[in-house]
Design a protein around this ligand. Structure first.
Ligand SMILES: C[C@H](O)[C@H](O)[C@H]1CNC2=NC(N)=NC(=O)C2=N1
Length: 101
């Protein structure tokens, strides 16, 4: 499935409904830093996110150190943001809910 790159106006509208995420200066990706109580919780979040990534065929760029997971979402195939990134952001928020330390 091919997803179209979103226009800046559509991105800005979507950002208003997405708490905690930041649009990067080039408007090609969104980022969020998740902090958990410990590594177990962080890895649980990553495991649940990985299953969502496979389901959506959309994979995060992420960097984990102990209880922190820094996430960047972008659609490599489109060279920017698509519906897939916002779908994945919501799935990751859901995976983090109740786990935030
Ligand atoms: C073949 C496969 O569908 C593509 O390579 C998918 C896999 N996961 C992906 N993840 C992300 N973030 N961007 C993509 O463009 C992408 N493409």
């Amino acid at each position: 499935m091919k997803y179209d790159k979103l226009e800046v106006t559509a991105i800005e509208e979507k950002m208003t409904g997405l708490d905690g995420w930041t649009l990067t200066g080039d408007a090609k990706s969104i980022t969020r830093s998740f902090k958990f109580a410990n590594f177990r919780e962080a890895f649980g979040f990553m495991t649940e996110s990985a299953l969502a990534a496979e389901k959506f065929d959309h994979h995060p760029e992420w960097f984990n150190v102990y209880s922190k997971v820094d996430v960047t979402l972008t659609t490599h195939d489109a060279g920017g943001l698509t519906e897939q990134d916002f779908r994945m952001a919501k799935a990751m928020d859901k995976a983090a809910a109740g786990r935030i330390g």
